[in-house]
Design a protein around this ligand. Structure first.
Ligand SMILES: [Zn+2]
Length: 276
């Protein structure tokens, strides 16, 4: 049914989409079955990265995989002075975007009440961008105090940053999640579309699904929701943050789909997207 004769669209479909769909998009029962995430929750903390938008492009902060820190480097490292903490997606509970955003606002006020400064927001994602969390960038507060607040929000860990190190600091609520310190790496993120996994610098966002049947309509809605999330947090250079048209069936027919995205719980490190 999809017009697969357009090679550009065909290539984009081959590039897949960076999220996990519910079990069955064509039936209400199938749409409420949450799929497992691409990695375990514990692994998600080890591979996650934090993207900062700057005037000259995105910068990704992550633990370096090139080599472990030497004991001398750990000894010589300055103490952490920034922490990344979120209230999103508390320990596997399903949350919509607006619920997550409300939780983060509460977290922000609680941190401020304790005298912390919030310097900004970073987007935490796995490398495949199958989920995203807004992380508050916090300074001017003791780590113990942030940890206690994070635990109240059912967050298994926070991230501590020094100029040279990145540390996962567990709150203790997720058995098996161990802390660890790594060499901090800040790298320029390539200006490719975050909705594609083929990393082609000029390739546009390309729609999945279409207007035909229930499954394709729901696939299209999911695509729109994830694209909205990723573009608002990471931008998309090829489509100029969404101002250039996307490729795909609705790009030609136009018009939004009459389903409310509020009915959807977000994909997270605990599982894929799911309808309520
Ligand atoms: Zn794009």
């Amino acid at each position: 049914m999809t017009d697969m004769t357009d090679p550009e669209i065909q290539r984009a479909h081959d590039a897949l989409v960076p999220y996990v769909e519910p079990e069955g998009l064509g039936r209400p029962e199938g749409r409420s079955v949450r799929q497992r995430p691409n990695t375990s929750v514990i692994e998600s903390y080890l591979i996650q990265q934090h993207t900062w938008r700057t005037e000259v492009g995105n910068v990704v902060t992550r633990a370096s995989v090139e080599r472990p820190l030497t004991p001398e480097e750990i000894e010589a490292a300055a103490p952490a002075d920034h922490w990344l903490v979120t209230a999103w997606n508390p320990l596997g509970n399903r949350r919509s975007l607006s619920e997550n955003e409300r939780l983060n606002e509460r977290l922000r006020s609680e941190l401020a009440e304790q005298g912390a400064s919030i310097e900004g927001v970073a987007a935490t994602t796995p490398p495949d961008r199958s989920w995203v969390e807004d992380a508050l960038v916090v300074t001017g507060i003791r780590e113990e105090a942030i940890l206690e607040i994070a635990r109240d929000y059912w967050q298994p860990a926070i991230t501590a940053l020094s100029p040279t190190t990145l540390t996962i600091v567990p709150t203790g609520i997720l058995p098996g999640l161990r802390g660890g310190i790594a060499l901090r790496e800040d790298v320029a993120s390539p200006p490719t579309c975050p909705m594609r996994i083929d990393d082609e610098p000029d390739a546009l966002c390309t729609m999945r699904g279409g207007p035909w049947v229930s499954a394709s309509i729901h696939a299209a809605l999911l695509w729109k929701v994830h694209r909205g999330l990723l573009l608002s947090r990471l931008g998309c250079v090829p489509c100029a943050d969404g101002s250039r048209p996307t490729l795909g069936p609705l790009a030609k027919t136009g018009g939004p789909i009459a389903i409310r995205p509020g009915d959807l719980d977000l994909a997270s490190r605990y599982g894929g997207y799911v309808w309520r």
